[in-house]
Write a protein that binds this ligand. Structure first.
Ligand code: SF4
Length: 509
């Protein structure tokens, strides 16, 4: 017994030593890919957790002033909840650092696949780094800068006092008391070109004297350059990733990922009638589905992409197969399709969606990410996400026609401009339901419907509850995820399979 526990301790000590070496800082630039083997289960759960974290980063970034107290508190709580490093000073968070490292690289693989994905990933990772860098103590910041080879030297108090007047006059926004408070760094001109060009920094003997408030700009610029380049390089390894049948389904799923409850489980099956759909489409459908419903009623037809997106959504809100057949048939035969043609040409694909034909897969309603990122609509199509795929002017007109007040429409269009499509949709929800704070993170059109029904059927009380319980709502979503989605739904992996050689995809050739 003693012998075995002794060996255990030895092993533990060795492991701890290795980790300290691997992860000397709680913050990283992710310069080296992970080299260890990890199980597919860990691969998926790390990736899903990081995606959840980045979505919170995106949400907070448009709801709060970045790095104000509320922003920091909420982000820290999310990092803590998802077991990522959350305190700069934590000594023994090696597991969290490992998760941070590996999960970053997994999402890098998933999000290098298109320009849109790369841009989104880069933005959220930058915001995350900005927050975490700002949380470092002065001493840790210095160590981190050395670690990433940006070893700027903080100038001594004596030198600062000597240069105080020059620093004050050459650095916009800094009064003398602020100069006394701030730490200044001596930076080579090459790293401070932007500040130098904008005449925002004091220069002496070939060095820029950069205040702490601007050091993060230099660090972030450097990180952006490195990560952009790394994403472009990773994209070059896509053919080999795509030929790896263990990875490809996982990565595709992640880049189109939805991290909420599984809406293929139809708790409401049979609970809505066909007569309700027109009213529901106005009151409780998200804009994408409202648009599809209207197009179907107007044209008595939808092309394949629209039938898939809308048909699966309707299935998710509770339409039975029989109802779906009746609904689509009634509408199509009002147009150019006769009953016989419908039965031969269209009924099959509806039964297929319900798992009654072909491979008998019970298809899942599309998530927002899938709708936003794949199969963009072309001329004559009505599927897609109106916040992503509509011309802004047309979107504005549509919002006006749906009685969204001009100030609300402006807010929505601003979010669209910043490519925050799901947040624009959340704003649309708030405005159409008279709710101040949506209280959940929108990821799925069927989630929109469910939450809308809660508000509308519960009246003011539910509305209040929804606004007050934003965090608990997210928590409950999170818990559900842990149970149902700790492995994303499309995964076809073996639970204890090991994944080796991940670093091969990040090696420069
Ligand atoms: Fe539909 Fe999602 Fe776009 Fe909203 S954000 S319109 S729910 S796809």
């Amino acid at each position: 017994m003693q012998f075995s526990s002794g060996r255990g301790r030895l092993k533990q000590a060795r492991l701890a030593g290795d980790r300290r070496e691997l992860y000397p800082h709680s913050l990283q630039f992710y310069l080296e890919p992970p080299t260890e083997n990890i199980s597919l289960v860990e691969f998926e759960s790390f990736a899903v957790d990081r995606l959840r974290l980045l979505k919170v980063v995106e949400n907070l970034g448009v709801s709060y002033v970045k790095n104000n107290e509320s922003y920091k508190t909420k982000l820290e709580s999310e990092l803590r909840k998802l077991k990522f490093p959350y305190k700069a000073l934590a000594e023994d968070d090696y597991e969290a650092r490992r998760k941070d490292h590996i999960s970053h690289f997994i999402l890098r693989l998933a999000y290098c696949q298109s320009e849109d994905l790369r841009r989104w990933f880069l933005q959220q990772e930058m915001d995350l780094l900005r927050y975490r860098f700002s949380e470092l103590t002065d001493c840790l910041r210095q160590k981190f800068l050395e670690h990433i080879n940006l070893s700027f030297e903080a100038i001594s108090e004596d030198l600062k006092n000597e240069l105080a007047n020059d620093l004050c006059t050459s650095t916009p926004g800094l009064s003398m008391p602020k100069v006394k408070e701030q730490m200044f760094y001596k930076v080579g001109l090459a790293d401070a070109v932007d500040l130098f060009r904008a005449r925002r920094v004091f220069i002496k003997d070939g060095f820029a004297y950069v205040p702490l408030k601007d050091i993060d700009v230099i660090v972030l610029n450097n990180y952006r350059t490195k990560l952009s380049r790394a994403l472009a390089l990773t994209a070059r390894s896509l053919p080999s990733v795509q030929s790896d049948e263990r990875l490809q389904p996982l990565l595709n799923h992640l880049s189109h990922s939805y991290i909420g409850p599984d809406y293929s489980v139809q708790k409401n099956t049979g609970k809505i009638s066909l007569e309700q759909i027109d009213t529901l489409s106005v009151k409780s459908f998200p804009l994408c589905m409202r648009q599809l419903h209207k197009a179907l009623r107007d044209n008595h037809h939808l092309r394949h992409g629209g039938r898939m997106q809308y048909g699966l959504f309707l299935k998710g809100i509770g339409l039975t197969l029989e109802q779906a057949l009746e609904f689509w048939k009634k509408e199509f035969i009002r147009g150019k399709v006769d009953a016989d043609k419908f039965d031969k040409g269209y009924a099959y694909s509806i039964r297929h969606n319900y798992g009654k034909e072909g491979k008998r897969t019970d298809y899942t309603p599309y998530s927002c990410m899938k709708i936003i990122m794949s199969n963009p609509p072309s001329q004559g199509d009505y599927h897609g996400c109106p916040f992503r795929h509509s011309d802004p002017e047309l979107l504005k007109q549509k919002l006006q026609s749906y009685k969204i007040p001009p100030s609300g429409a402006t807010q929505i269009l601003e979010l669209v401009k910043g490519m925050h499509y799901q947040l624009a949709c959340q704003k649309y929800f708030e405005l159409t339901h008279d709710v101040e704070d949506i209280g959940f993170s929108l990821n799925h059109p069927n989630q929109y419907f469910t939450e809308s029904q809660k508000v509308l059927t519960g009246g003011r009380e539910v509305k209040k509850e929804l606004s007050n319980s934003g965090n608990s709502q997210q928590k409950s979503n999170g818990q559900e995820n842990m149970n149902t989605n700790s492995t994303p739904t499309s995964s076809n992996t073996t639970a204890d399979a090991e994944l080796e050689g991940l670093e091969a995809y990040f090696t420069e050739d």
